[in-house]
Design a protein around this ligand. Structure first.
Ligand SMILES: [Zn+2]
Length: 548
């Protein structure tokens, strides 16, 4: 209002109080009453709004997502990659990097590589490799090549030797604390003045696992005074005395990601290395290592990291929530992991569209779940069966109602078929619908008949049938038949974090009765409980709520 009538601004406080009075008055009205007022005072507005909404959703569905061109991309020659570390489950942030890499390779008819950066044996597990592969499959990501960095260790050692010989790397025996102090002060340690020959001998001792070399590292000869602190002689290799999930105890010297990231990208023939913006400071190091190892340099393409509101994509935080029992595993439907999203009923197509709609912008944003949900809803609506469910049921009896058979379609689209439900006038309706009924209220039992309430007791509402042609204006009430319904529970997720803190109310259970056909749902099937929301069957007689 203020935007349309700037003159009103001087009275904004008065207008606020009038507006809130009007809004609360409207909120007290039933939908049918609201509709009456709209039709009386603003004829034609409802139709106009519906038409406008249809137009918007039509324009939305016709919008084809086209990725912007990559710099220096040659058709047929683009090679992209996604390098996950198998130290947790795939989440929506990984999905962004994967889908962008995959889609760009497709756009240029190039090659897409999945490379497990599995060079930190202490935190990696076979289970995580498998979980990533399963998520790729589910998302429809097909890699031209899947490989492991851990297969290249002897190659890495060779490259390290080349770097040592030209004094681009040195063996340092400082402990972590000493290293940190020196970096902070910007001073070299005594090991930096060892000759290339000395370093070479020390390196071979490291590799063969002999004696005093146990805590040594191989460090890059950077610049201890560089303003970019990642250039202050970063560690390239260190000793990890922990069996590797694939290689066992075959190796004890493992590269850091600072080393194996650029080296692998180069060896794999990657032309465009995509990574999220949080690594931006490491670009200089990435190129410096390739330069000193005489390796070809791919081009780095950066995009913003994908963070969803009210949740976390940090693997460390995710693991903490799991370890503390605050969520029930990596596929907990509150988590932004791919397995969590899948369990909640988010479709792979929705994740793809969601990610691509953000493209390769570098602007940091925290898109809301609403956006993902609205994309998902658009995809689900034409494919989800519609069933009846009443939450916290209350009994409803219709006086002298005839026994009738109600034919209900599963979906406006005929191909989903229908079911027939027999009723004799006894129903269950949801507590929230019941709470809106007063003596004298008229309402429509959906697809059955119209009624008027004449008695309300604790958990029993009595009504009689009425004929009223004002169908459109009546409150609509959802129902099931007591003997033809089954107990059903729906897990409803809420925000996992509020202001970065765990929300203990993030999981609620809705209990009620569902019509018998809910028994025919298959595990994993998406369906809609009419006027309740879209759900995914998680186990027999239990579902997870996806969204409205
Ligand atoms: Zn040192």
């Amino acid at each position: 209002m203020l935007a349309e009538n700037p003159n009103l601004r001087k009275d904004s406080n008065r207008i606020k109080s009038i507006a809130s009075e009007v809004v609360s008055k409207i909120n007290e009205m039933t939908v049918a009453e609201q509709r009456d007022v709209l039709e009386r005072d603003f004829p034609g507005e409802i139709e106009k709004t519906i038409a406008r909404k249809k137009e918007i959703s039509k324009a939305d569905s016709e919008k084809k997502i086209e990725l912007p061109d990559l710099p220096d991309a040659e058709f047929g020659k683009v090679v992209t990659r996604f390098p996950p570390e198998p130290n947790g489950y795939m989440h929506i942030g990984h999905a962004k990097a994967t889908i962008l890499g995959f889609e760009y390779a497709k756009k240029y008819q190039g090659k897409f590589i999945v490379r497990f950066d599995d060079t930190n044996p202490a935190v990696e597990k076979k289970e995580y490799y498998d979980a990533f592969l399963e998520s790729f499959d589910w998302l429809g990501i097909k890699a031209d090549l899947v490989r492991n960095a851990s297969d290249d260790l002897t190659k890495y050692y060779e490259i390290a030797r080349t770097m040592i010989q030209k004094y681009a790397a040195y063996v340092c025996a400082c402990n972590q604390e000493k290293m940190r102090e020196n970096r902070k002060a910007g001073v070299n340690c005594e090991h930096r003045s060892q000759t290339a020959d000395q370093n070479f001998t020390l390196w071979e001792l490291m590799v063969s696992g002999e004696t005093e070399a146990k805590h040594s590292t191989l460090r890059f000869v950077g610049d201890m005074q560089s303003l970019n602190t990642t250039m202050r002689d970063p560690v390239l290799f260190r000793v990890v005395e922990h069996p590797h999930p694939l290689k066992g105890t075959l190796f004890r010297i493992w590269p850091t990601y600072d080393f194996n990231g650029p080296v692998e990208d180069s060896l794999d023939g990657v032309t465009h290395a995509m990574r999220s913006k949080e690594y931006e400071l490491r670009d200089e190091l990435y190129y410096a290592i390739l330069d000193s190892a005489n390796l070809r340099k791919p081009r780095i393409i950066e995009f913003s990291r994908l963070q969803l509101q009210n949740t976390t994509v940090s693997k460390r935080n995710l693991r903490k929530l799991i370890d503390e029992g605050k969520v029930k595993g990596w596929d907990d439907p509150r988590l932004p992991t791919i397995s969590g999203l899948k369990r909640r009923g988010i479709l792979p197509g929705a994740i793809r569209e969601f990610v691509l709609s953000m493209g390769i912008s570098k602007v940091e944003s925290q898109p809301s779940w609403d956006l993902l949900e609205s994309i998902n809803r658009k995809l689900l609506d034409p494919i989800a069966k519609r069933l009846f469910y009443v939450e916290n049921p209350v009994s409803l009896e219709i006086d002298g109602a005839p026994s009738i058979k109600v034919l209900l379609k599963f979906h406006p689209d005929e191909k989903f078929g229908s079911r027939t439900i027999e009723t004799d006038g006894r129903f269950l309706i949801s507590a929230s619908d019941a709470s809106q009924l007063k003596i004298g209220s008229k309402f429509r039992l959906i697809e059955v008949y119209n009624c008027e309430v004449y008695s309300i007791q604790d958990n029993l509402i009595k009504a009689k049938q009425v004929s009223d042609d004002n169908l459109e204006r009546m409150m609509k009430v959802q129902w099931v038949v007591p003997e033809k319904s089954i107990p059903f529970r729906v897990t409803v997720t809420g925000p996992l974090l509020i202001d970065e803190v765990y929300n203990p109310d993030s999981l609620k259970i809705s209990e009620g009765k569902a019509e018998l056909s809910a028994r025919d749902l298959k595990i994993g099937e998406m369906f809609q409980f009419v006027r309740f929301g879209f759900c995914r069957l998680d186990s027999p007689e239990s579902a997870i709520f996806a969204h409205k």
